[in-house]
Design a binder for this molecule. Structure first.
Ligand code: NI
Length: 391
């Protein structure tokens, strides 16, 4: 089956599905309506459907015996954002918006699922397909939840493909890269414990405010002095909390931040240096540092084989001219958790278009996407499955 041509025929339907989801966004782990719509479609097309991870949907299209099972993943959750796009299909739910375009991902994946079922029926495809519609990507919890329910194990999937829209790239481009694409994400918490005092008698204190300021500054030297300049890493603090009065030196200060990296060696080195630098700076200033680093997500890393399948599929759909080499992002994606188990490739689907105001970044209340990219996303997903199945 020529998926590019078939997706073009189905584009009106896919856009309708997307707009319906856009009007009715649901927050993480509350994707009940969305999951219901997805499950009903999959059942209609002959998928065996079960619910996973609460509101998630697992659909299995059985292949001929011995054929590999290839998975496609889409996410379904929206964000606590008040939409401000003025679109005629804008969110009807106050304070909730598909501001990351997961409605687009769901529409693309449904398009792919429908075409693969059609291809199975007309005899042009005989592989097994697992469709995963996961909840709660925005809070990094959905992949974990559906994996716990056997998303990739029952039946065992050999490879997985997924996409994320990207408004910084031109609509209908397929943006790809082998190796690291999105960063590992860790949450950093540093508590500086000192001795409080009156602000006018600082010599009686061990001032955690001064120590915290030094810790923040000195942790910045880890990226600049300890990480190879050709590697990428980020240490950013987002909160600083301590004290209640302007003239009282508090007992403690708490800092929270985010740590990002691509390679596991860099990630481990960052953690070790954060512990050492925070502890020694605090100790040097008469305080103590308690460091807590939570590993939230590994990096999204596209292995050579699944990348090659996706690249070939993209070439078939948009031609070499429609493919852009991705510049990696320090953002995170829980697609990485699937890649931790089986080979997989995540690609970005360009949805940018200045002419229609599709220029705002993810999570913006003005986020708009060029819907003409949807059939391209659907066709590349479906074709990736076929290429991976045929080897
Ligand atoms: Ni997203």
């Amino acid at each position: 089956m020529n998926f590019a041509a078939r997706a073009a025929e189905l584009s009106g339907w896919m856009v309708d599905v997307r707009r319906d989801l856009h009007r009715n966004p649901e927050l993480s782990f509350r994707e009940e309506r969305t999951g219901g719509i997805v499950a009903a479609f999959l059942e209609e097309w002959g998928y065996r459907v079960r619910r996973v991870g609460g509101t998630g949907v697992h659909g299995f299209l059985e292949g001929t015996p011995g054929a590999p099972v290839i998975a496609i993943r889409a996410d379904m959750d929206a964000l606590p954002v008040q939409e401000n796009t003025g679109l005629e299909f804008a969110s009807t739910c106050p304070g909730i918006m598909h501001a990351c375009g997961h409605d687009i991902h769901a529409a693309c994946a449904l398009g792919a699922a429908r075409m693969l079922a059609e291809a199975k029926k007309d005899g042009s495809f005989a592989g097994g397909v697992v469709m995963l519609f996961q909840p709660a990507e925005e809070i990094n919890k959905g992949a974990e939840a559906i994996l716990r329910d056997g998303a990739l194990a029952d039946p065992p999937a050999a490879m997985i493909f997924g996409l994320h829209n990207h408004p910084a790239y031109p609509a209908r481009s397929v943006v790809l890269k082998e190796g690291p694409l999105m960063a590992a994400v860790d949450t950093l918490k540093v508590r500086i414990l000192g001795v409080g005092s009156h602000g006018a008698i600082p010599h009686r204190s061990a001032d955690p405010v001064v120590a915290a300021a030094s810790v923040v500054m000195n942790l910045q030297t880890i990226v600049s002095r300890n990480v190879d300049p050709l590697e990428a890493a980020v240490i950013s603090f987002g909160t600083v909390h301590g004290g209640v009065a302007n003239n009282v030196i508090p007992e403690d200060v708490e800092l929270t931040g985010t740590v990002r990296s691509f390679r596991p060696e860099v990630r481990d080195a960052l953690h070790a240096r954060i512990e050492t630098v925070a502890a020694s700076v605090a100790t040097g200033l008469g305080c103590r540092a308690e460091v807590n680093i939570r590993r939230d997500l590994p990096a999204v890393t596209n292995d050579a084989i699944s990348y090659a399948c996706c690249f070939r599929a993209a070439s078939d759909v948009v031609g070499a001219g429609g493919i852009i080499q991705a510049t990696p992002s320090m953002g995170g994606e829980d697609f990485a958790l699937y890649q931790n188990r089986i080979p997989g490739c995540l690609f970005w689907l360009g949805v940018g278009n200045e002419g229609i105001g599709a220029v705002h970044p993810w999570h913006s209340p003005k986020f708009v996407a060029d819907e003409s990219a949807i059939p391209v996303g659907a066709a590349v997903l479906a074709q990736s499955v076929v290429v991976a199945t045929n080897g």
